[in-house]
Design a protein around this ligand. Structure first.
Ligand code: AMP
Length: 114
């Protein structure tokens, strides 16, 4: 897949406010936050979209979501709750084509989303 701005963040070629890292996942604050807490969880091994995921990626995607949940718990966001979102392609509102999970918290979310 083509390189993206998230690849550059993973390689430390451009700065980001990194809040979590392990062997498989990097998490950093969204530049344009949509909630008081807005963190992006990105797999270091890139997939462009959720469409590109295969059963071979199940463990990686599981780790990505569990990293977001663990961060929420660590930050005390779990009781009030939060939203974890993966946008896919145009109708999903995806703008960066390196799969990522948005963790949004710190305010009440609305449903259905806009
Ligand atoms: P999506 O629209 O689901 O592809 O989400 C992409 C997100 O990346 C948006 O919420 C952007 O605000 C965010 N974003 C873009 N560039 C950066 C950056 N350099 N650092 C942090 N977040 C970014």
């Amino acid at each position: 897949m083509a390189d993206t701005i998230f690849g550059k963040i993973i390689r430390r070629e451009i700065p980001a406010d990194i809040v979590y890292e392990d062997d498989d996942v990097l998490a950093f604050k969204d530049l344009n936050p949509q909630a008081p807490v807005h963190v992006l969880f990105v797999p270091k091994r890139a997939l462009a979209t959720l469409n590109d995921a295969t059963p071979a990626d199940a463990e990686l995607i599981g780790k990505l979501i569990l990293a977001a949940a663990a961060y929420a718990k660590r930050e005390g966001l779990d009781k009030d709750g939060y939203r974890a979102v993966i946008n896919c392609n145009e109708h999903g509102g995806q703008t960066v084509f390196h799969l990522h999970v948005h963790l949004l918290a710190g305010r009440r979310m609305h449903w259905p989303p806009g």
